[in-house]
Design a protein around this ligand. Structure first.
Ligand SMILES: Cc1cc2nc3c(=O)[nH]c(=O)nc-3n(C[C@H](O)[C@H](O)[C@H](O)COP(=O)(O)OP(=O)(O)OC[C@H]3O[C@@H](n4cnc5c(N)ncnc54)[C@H](O)[C@@H]3O)c2cc1C
Length: 392
């Protein structure tokens, strides 16, 4: 086995969560390495980039709402700092969201969501169908009403993760382009990883940020492995030709026949249509059925989309956790921290996750706002069913 340099902090996984953690760690003076065969890849290459704590609110997720709102609050400064440092435009757009209903059932569902939003002290305005169409003239004539949420924004996750990689490089983060095959544990403390090439990467502290693969790293004790599972999402990208612009001025979303559909318009003319939600292990096949359902539902919402060129179809994996919330900070194994399980809000939670992990690396504990998301909150063995076959 050959041995490479030893870092203060070694981050396993260079998806959006791993690179923000590495960047913030390096800013705190830690010599930091990221191990990933393709840093800057992962689910951020597929994600829509909605920063939507209000329209993503679900019953039973009020604790997560607090963290989502905190991250949304940090976004303007985070985006400004990252843009300055990387020179990248992140496609950060504060253009708001409109959640609409197409039939009486959807309308009742949206009314309930509105009540929950109001109880939670969130800004959300009920609009009639006509008012919705006045805001977004491309909406179908059948729209029965909707919620206007000006506080739910968007960013382009591909640009965001690329900017984070640049910021990491400028802060001195080293990228080791390989897999971590096994965690090295000495005297009940994580001390680094070994790659498939037999390279040992040593570290004072290891952060496991492997997205949907986080529960698969060999060498992590069973009772410490995070109960994270892959939740597949298929997404389409269309292009709005100049002559149709502005096609939509804000994110438009709805629940159609029980499935979420959203259309996220970017300033550069891209229109993202998503997303399916499928529990199929690590499969990332784009299927005819997935594309058909997304187009069918999006067409019911905005009939004019059939005129637009379809430029990309792709599937990605959300790292789902048992309570849909992330696992953050020190684990039950000394020297090992977790930053995973961000499920459908990983892009939104990027700023607060970077700050939280930096705090935990320095202080050994979570900051107050992140305490409910401790990596230790799931008992051993309970979620073993989430860990099925090995995909890599
Ligand atoms: C269809 C879809 C739509 C989404 N839309 C939104 C949205 O609108 N808003 C929002 O906030 N979020 C959204 N998300 C969620 C968001 O994209 C994810 O929560 C987030 O990208 C997860 O980032 P991650 O870094 O934790 O994991 P990943 O992106 O999965 O990255 C993990 C990385 O770790 C690496 N890795 C894993 N194991 C190892 C190992 N052993 N050794 C080395 N490297 C390893 C992988 O190669 C990968 O690069 C969406 C996700 C999907 C799939």
């Amino acid at each position: 086995m050959s041995s490479s340099r030893t870092s203060d902090v070694l981050v396993v996984g260079g998806g959006i969560i791993g690179v923000v953690t590495a960047w913030r760690a390096a800013q705190r003076g830690f010599a930091t390495t990221v191990v990933d065969p393709e840093p800057g890849g992962g689910a951020a290459q597929v994600a829509a980039g909605m920063l939507a704590p209000v329209t993503e609110l679900h019953y039973g997720e009020q604790t997560l709402l607090g963290l989502n709102l905190e991250s949304a609050r940090r976004y303007p400064d985070f985006a400004a700092e990252l843009t300055d440092l990387s020179g990248h435009d992140l496609g950060y757009r504060r253009s708001g969201t409109l959640a609409v209903a197409l039939d009486a059932d959807d309308r009742a569902h949206l009314r309930e969501l509105h009540a929950l939003q109001r109880q939670s002290g969130l800004d959300s305005e009920w609009l009639s169908g006509r008012e919705c169409r006045r805001l977004e003239p491309m909406l179908a004539p059948g729209v029965r009403g909707g919620l206007r949420v000006d506080g739910d924004h968007q960013i382009d996750p591909r640009r965001l993760v690329a900017a984070l990689v640049v910021a990491c490089e400028r802060a001195g983060v080293v990228f080791h382009r390989s897999w971590a095959r096994r965690l090295s544990v000495v005297r009940e403390r994580a001390v680094g990883v070994v790659t498939p090439e037999g390279v040992a990467l040593g570290a004072g502290q290891v952060v496991l940020a492997g997205g949907s693969l986080s529960g698969r790293l060999a060498g992590v004790p069973q009772d410490v492995l995070p109960p994270v599972r892959p939740v597949k999402g298929q997404v389409l990208r269309l292009t709005v030709p100049e002559r149709y612009a502005p096609f939509l001025s804000r994110t438009v979303r709805a629940v159609v026949r029980g499935s979420q559909v959203y259309l996220v318009p970017r300033e550069n003319g891209e229109l993202v249509v998503g997303a399916t939600s499928e529990e199929l292990g690590w499969d990332t096949t784009v299927t005819a059925g997935g594309v058909y359902e997304l187009l069918r539902d999006a067409h019911e919402l905005v009939p004019g989309i059939t005129e637009l060129p379809l430029t990309e179809t792709r599937a990605g994996l959300r790292p789902g956790s048992p309570d849909n919330a992330p696992l953050l900070g020190p684990s039950a194994l000394d020297g090992l921290l977790l930053a995973t399980g961000h499920y459908r809000n990983g892009v939104l939670l990027t700023p607060v996750t970077g700050d939280t992990l930096a705090h935990a690396l320095v202080c050994g504990e979570l900051p107050d706002e992140a305490r409910p998301f401790t990596a230790r909150r799931f008992a051993a063995g309970l979620f073993a069913a989430a860990r099925t076959e090995q995909p890599v």
